[in-house]
Design a protein around this ligand. Sequence first.
Ligand code: LLP
Length: 441
Amino acid sequence: MPSLSQTDQEIFPVTSDLNDSGEITIGGCSISQLAEEFGTPLYIYDEETIRHMCRQFMRGFGNEYEPCHVEYSSKAFSNPAVAKIVAEEGLHMDVVTGGELVFAKAAGFPAERLNFHGNNKDRQELGEAIDYGIGRITIDSFYEIELLNDVAGERGVRQKVLLRVSPSVDPHTHMLTTTGVLDSKFGFSIETGAAAEAVEKAVAAENLDVVGLHFHLGSPIFELEPYSQAIDYVMQFAAEMRDRHGLKLDEFNPGGGFAVGYVGEELPPQITEYATEIAQAVRSACDRFGFDEPLLTVEPGRAIVARAGVAVYQVGGIKRIPNVRVYVSVDGGMGDNIRPALYSSEYTVRRAYDPYATPQEKVTIAGKYCESGDYIARDVDLPLLESGDLVCTPTSGAYSVPMASNYNMTTRPAIVMVKDGQARLIRRRETYEDLLATSLV
Ligand code: LLP
């Protein structure tokens, strides 16, 4: 009986397997059958993996700390089907725009369990959030303190808010996904005194109920120590603000950023390890600075959905440049997954049938877009590929589809959710009519 390699079992969805014909299956469906039915490029999401990851977080953090909320950061994949699963699993959710809020509403996500992030929310978005009865809004700027105070006042609401502070801690991830350092557009810097001024203003604002503090260091974070270092610093700041301005710390939110394994050589810490580090840091800071233990909220996005999603492409042209490189072009690329081009992100690639066949050769999986930087994976070892073959990239469930574009007027891929041998579309493939629909002559 063929099976996936040990490493692939850790990065493919939990239901993945090889069937008797040597084809990779997910949720009981073979990739080739799904590609035939729904076309390529195709994104396959495995419902069981999403639920599994939700439970890992709920249990992992819940066992270490009480009370604790796990808040799915929906930007990683904002889709009503996913929001529904996440709600059923008891998670909270964050949104960062009016558009993400619309998706949450479409899924009937409980308003009280939503948190509204974002560094530049506008009057209309804030109004829509309050009108939906949103649980929390995380304030990111001085402009927003005044704006939200005004918008809430107009509605006769005293809105629960957190303040996003920036602790100047570098989590050693990609520069473009680092947020909690001094030179960042996000949050109020503690180091410069901006955060202290923000606390003073927000606590005094009539229509704001400041329930606690938030920070987010960046993503993905493969180290544990930046979390405890930042927690300690922010709690010390909170204690000063309690003494100076009467700040309450009923809630504390050290963000998300939990890493996932994209390639076998770089696997992240276990969720339980993040949980232990964070819970211990919060408890010991509470002891030291004399706080009752606050409600702890963590915000995983990537770690909930990355492993659940597998992208499937069909091979087209193959170009061999002797002694230089082999380019295998597929029917997707930076339009559906810009992460390699933007962050040099690495992905594992597998042929969808007989994935470990030999002989193998080193190839670069290129996209179909008119950019030299358009690739899915560089110099990866694969069985000899032919035009028409299907290849797939596991751990494609986070930040690929949400950052997809219509560059070169391509249509964005179909997305299916698989479970128990059944597949259902959760987003249909775009059509040429969709492309023309918003343009006017
Ligand atoms: N909380 C806040 C305030 C955030 O800004 C983010 C991500 C998260 C939570 C969730 O982080 P996660 O657990 O997913 O790492 N497009 C990039 C990632 C950008 C993350 C933006 N903020 C990528 O493809 O890697």
